[in-house]
Design a protein around this ligand. Sequence first.
Ligand code: SAH
Length: 346
Amino acid sequence: MKKEMNLYLEEMPDEALLDYVTEKTGQKFRFNQLKRYLIQGVPAIDDMTSLPASLREQLKQDFKFGTVTVEKEYRSSIDDTVKFLFRLHDGNCIEGVLMKYLHGYSVCISSQAGCKMGCKFCASSDVRFSRDLTAYEMLRQVYLMQKTAGDRIGNIVVMGIGEPFDNYDNLILFLKTVHDPEGFNVGYRKITVSTCGIVPKIRQFAEENMPVNLSVSLHAPNDDIRKTVMPVANRWTVDEIIKACRYYVNKTGRRVTFEYALIEGVNSDKKQAYELVRLLKGLLCHVNLIPVNSIRQTAYSKPNPETVKTFQNIIMNAKIPVSVRRELGSDIQAACGQLRKTEMRE
Ligand code: SAH
């Protein structure tokens, strides 16, 4: 009867799980209870409190479970942002952020333990890639942050550690499950996925029929500059990314957001603003400017506010919608990967 031992509870096929639960308890409805707990991202078997204690013990003996626990919680003293360091069952660390806006709570979750993309300005690149997260490990981050919020989560952004399109199948299962009315019931339009520009996956995502918001981390208007900060630019050109985005817009009727981290002396000059306008003109899109967060003493720094304003005005005058990202939680290292880096080094 130990045959289940090496399987994760969350990955059991429905039929096998129904048989198992019925055999152990004689009560078929326990299967539905268990299933609902999984869909709701319950982070440990012990939290499934409506199940009989004997069944919980049995489950713990017979299955593995991708437990997620809160290792550390940092509360910003300047806004309501809370940054989480989560511990996974295998010792890995990931991060999440809970943000409070006027219209409700929003969470940022990680999609991988580490990242292979190696963007020069990103703290996630400083620690090695470990593994993909399962869809359930993504759900469990939402669960734990919702518990802290004490209120339902209205918005989700997949912008934490990792490249979501490098973990595509798990991402799609996560999106479907978090959208499930039996689960968190978050509308697709309230979810944003951010990618560094994995071109074939942008096209594949366009076919999914999920009205999720797509964000593309562009950070440069041409390949030469992009290659200096993003190794992925050696694989796909800016031109290929824009073509894929055009395909996405035509297919879905939805706008694409371009993330553009402004870095002093690299990509924040007027010249690059005009080049960006030429690149994006006529495409249904939005530009989100992010004055870069410095992660190392030596590396990149944000331009002064006038430079940011000038850059923004050039985009705006070309009638391309543009915003400058509001900084939340700057006192608690809320930029991606900063906590994992510190923790994994220790
Ligand atoms: N891999 C995905 C999602 C994770 S990064 C992606 O590349 O989009 C989320 C966003 O934060 C990306 O736009 C990324 O470029 C940006 N980012 C990472 N480090 C940053 C920093 N130090 N300052 C500003 N933005 C940063």
